[in-house]
Design a protein around this ligand. Structure first.
Ligand SMILES: [Zn+2]
Length: 301
């Protein structure tokens, strides 16, 4: 089978993967998370194998949940390159993506303040994130951050609400949902994974999407879950406007908006100044978590 895309970036999250069924399973160092890491790894590996079988030549897998250390790299087909943890640039968090042509999003979730499974945007500390009056899911920020490098978003998997939001933003993107309303007992992971692989491979022929570059201006309203004091502290820290529990960010450029939101969600001005050192520490934290996952996996799986 000949395909259009030969080099794929997979961005992988845990909430919409096959063994994450509650908030604990997305939380660092819980037993449920360990199981979810195994499921996420299997989902990704099945897709990786399917893509290579279909003629893809190069695959980068970027682990993009929490510490960035959830996928067990040695359980991924060695032909793929797994990037754990976070890199400073050239693309925020992702590092150098070399010749990747298209993006596939696996295990994703819906935007903050919407009905989807474990819905959030960047952090669960935000209870609602609206840009120009509409909830904005992560797929838009991640796709936009990769657009200057020419990457086209072609495939998305997550809960049905998340899939719908992805299609609203990126109209011709292929999607494959995971329904989490029934609970894990009635879920057939093997047949779901087989469907995921088929859908991902089909999306290699999706020539309809373009690199995602939404036009500004952008007026973001961010509602903080922890209340007014938190909103006040964060907005003073970064010079954002705020009112009650809401913080306002106005930019002309999606990249600036994404940078400001990364600051708001994850950083302080001090941490930003020391970011290479802070990333090393964060990386260490992630590696400790993954070592713990590996120990449990040896015993239980
Ligand atoms: Zn996540």
């Amino acid at each position: 089978m000949s395909t259009r895309f030969k080099s794929i970036l997979i961005i992988s999250d845990i909430e919409g993967s096959s063994c994450c069924w509650n908030y604990r399973a997305s939380s660092f160092m819980t037993k449920a998370w360990r199981r979810a890491c195994v499921g996420m790894t299997q989902d990704v590996n099945q897709v990786v194998k399917g893509l290579f079988d279909a003629g893809v030549e190069h695959i980068i897998v970027k682990d993009f949940h929490r510490t960035g250390y959830n996928i067990i790299p040695e359980r991924i087909d060695p032909r793929a390159q797994v990037i754990s943890g976070y890199r400073l640039g050239p693309v925020p968090g992702m590092g150098d993506l070399k010749d990747a042509e298209a993006i596939m999003f696996l295990g994703m979730h819906a935007a903050s303040g919407t009905e989807g499974f474990l819905a959030h945007t960047l952090t669960s500390r935000i209870s609602r994130l609206e840009v120009n009056g509409k909830p904005m899911p992560e797929v838009e920020f991640f796709s936009a951050s990769l657009a200057p490098h020419g990457l086209r978003p072609i495939f998305f998997s997550g809960c049905p609400v998340a899939c719908h939001q992805a299609q609203e933003a990126i109209r011709m993107i292929n999607v494959y949902p995971i329904d989490k309303t029934t609970g894990s007992q009635d879920f057939d992971a093997d047949s779901w994974q087989a469907g995921l692989v088929t859908a991902a491979v089909e999306s290699l022929n999706n020539l309809s999407t373009e690199p995602y570059t939404p036009a500004g201006p952008f007026n973001a309203v961010i509602t903080m879950r922890d209340g007014e004091l938190t909103a006040q502290k964060i907005s003073r820290r970064w010079g954002f406007r705020h009112q009650g529990t809401r913080i306002f960010i106005d930019t002309d450029d999606i990249h600036q908006l994404y940078r400001d939101l990364i600051r708001l969600c994850y950083l302080t001005p001090l941490i930003e100044k020391m970011i290479p050192y802070w990333l090393l520490l964060y990386d260490l934290w992630g590696r400790i978590g993954l070592a713990w996952v590996r120990r449990g996996v040896k015993r239980n799986f």
